[in-house]
Design a protein around this ligand. Structure first.
Ligand SMILES: Cc1cc2nc3c(=O)[nH]c(=O)nc-3n(C[C@H](O)[C@H](O)[C@H](O)COP(=O)(O)OP(=O)(O)OC[C@H]3O[C@@H](n4cnc5c(N)ncnc54)[C@H](O)[C@@H]3O)c2cc1C
Length: 437
């Protein structure tokens, strides 16, 4: 047995971790605690854990199976990372149409969470770019699912509970270079940043604001807004990927290293260092999309207690709820590095997180005094406003709010049950939140 956690390193549980190998045989041999696929373990909470059951490590099933460099279409094994995918397609002038904020994620894990990027307002979530996927269901059947099929709709965003994705065919986005052109603006407060995003985001492919959650009162929501597009080919060898050497995080960090004071100082320095207004700065793709990947194992910086990420969505029209949440977090002095604010466009799958509205994500050290009741209260406020929290980040949502947050939950459950009538697919997340109930 192996102890597994999510990226936040809280709530370890033991499971029988096996190589994916013959997926159908592995699923058939699962015991009463069932089975689950695991990618690179970048879900923050317990989505890729299955206490007392079997967990299939998908990272061995990796590689590009087919690439059409003219049409921009690629078929990959599900354990392929974004990192490897970019290496394969960028030299041909292509890039994943939707990417999360780290390249250390597998394509299978990304589809299971129906991930979004900084371009959701324009390009939607990943499932919109998946032409087909291959799903091995617990009865051993290998199905090819396409958008519109029940199996596809339940699997994209289905958190691994419909079976195991073994390969996927994706449409890619055309790029001329391995660089982004980035505009930066400092925003004085929450109204300022939201107004700029609402009026200006559509002119950019990518948009994200970093909010200083510790700023209060008149400075509540002060932030740095970064918006950009893929840059044209102006430099020599424009499609060459520029990577910084990865530095390791210290192997050990004293508990409490990241506290209200150290984080407030960091946030203040970040805000002051950002240019008031800057246009067209060229940044390599890796620096722009995956800034945290430059420090290997940065999650260990939170010490033994680990950390959690709280990512919420409120629909357009419920901006007052977003403000109220930010006020409560800043008043409580919850120590969080810059929080990420994005605007979402149209939603997709039944359990997909994105829907039209605003999303805010913040990393918080676990074990902060009063954190659990504070976040429980925010959950209730968010659900009441028609919003939700993101299951791929979650480690603490209580079961009673799941249905309110995911109104298509029952439809998803029906499709899930049809794909897995004997209940083989299981996870800690599912048991904790009652997803499968
Ligand atoms: C620094 C950082 C930044 C991030 N930024 C973003 C972001 O911008 N947008 C966003 O949407 N997410 C973001 N995430 C979250 C991340 O993209 C998702 O949690 C993703 O699911 C992780 O993929 P993984 O391969 O690590 O899967 P894991 O964490 O191992 O598993 C996640 C889920 O996928 C399922 N799964 C994995 N492989 C398969 C498979 N082959 N078949 C079926 N199910 C499978 C698992 O059962 C589990 O439910 C970020 C995470 C980190 C650490």
């Amino acid at each position: 047995v192996t102890l597994l956690t999510g990226w936040g390193r809280t709530a370890a549980t033991a499971a029988e971790l096996c190589e994916a190998g013959d997926v159908a045989a592995q699923l058939r041999a699962a015991g009463p605690r069932g089975a689950l696929a695991r990618g690179l373990g970048r879900a923050y909470g317990d989505a890729a854990q299955n206490a007392g059951g079997r967990v299939l490590d998908m990272t061995g099933l990796s590689g590009v199976l087919d690439l059409d460099p003219v049409a921009g279409r690629v078929t990959v094994a599900a354990g392929t990372s974004y990192d490897a995918l970019i290496d394969a397609v960028l030299p041909h002038g292509w890039f994943p149409a939707v990417t999360p904020g780290t390249a250390q994620v597998t394509i299978g894990g990304a589809i299971a969470a129906d991930v979004h990027g900084k371009n959701h307002h324009r390009d939607g979530s990943l499932s919109r770019w998946v032409e087909s996927l291959v799903l091995v269901t617990p009865d051993g059947e290998r199905r090819r699912a396409t958008p519109g099929d029940d199996a596809f709709r339940a699997t994209a965003g289905g958190m691994g509970l419909t079976g195991v994705i073994t390969e996927a065919t994706l449409r890619l986005a055309r790029v001329e270079s391995a660089w982004c052109a980035v505009d930066t603006e400092r925003c004085a407060d929450l109204d300022d940043v939201m107004a700029r995003m609402a009026t200006g985001d559509d002119a950019y492919a990518y948009s994200v604001a970093w909010i200083d959650c510790l700023a209060r009162g008149g400075r509540l929501g002060r932030s740095v807004l970064l918006r950009g597009d893929h840059a044209p080919a102006t430099l020599p060898d424009p499609l060459a990927r520029v990577r910084r050497p990865r530095v390791p995080a210290p192997p050990w960090a004293p508990n409490g290293l990241l506290n209200r004071f150290s984080i407030a100082a960091f946030n203040e320095a970040y805000y002051r260092r950002a240019p008031r207004a800057e246009r067209g700065r060229l940044e390599p793709l890796d620096a722009y999309f995956y800034p945290l990947d430059a420090v290997a194992g940065w999650n260990r910086m939170y010490g033994r207690a680990g950390f959690l990420q709280y990512q919420l969505l409120v629909p357009f029209g419920a901006e007052a709820t977003l403000r109220a949440c930010l006020e409560r977090l800043s008043e409580a002095g919850v120590p969080s590095f810059l929080a990420v604010l994005k605007r979402f466009g149209a939603g997709a799958g039944l359990l997909s997180f994105p829907a039209p509205g605003w999303t805010l994500a913040l990393d918080i050290p676990a074990g902060v005094d009063g954190l659990a009741p504070l976040l429980d209260a925010l959950d209730a406020q968010i659900a009441e406003a028609g919003g939700r929290v993101y299951l791929a980040k979650d480690s603490r949502l209580r079961a009673d709010l799941l249905g309110a947050m995911y109104p298509e939950l029952d439809a998803w459950r029906g499709m899930q049950a049809a794909l897995d009538p004997s209940g083989v697919m299981q996870s800690d997340l599912a048991r904790r939140t009652g997803l499968l109930a």
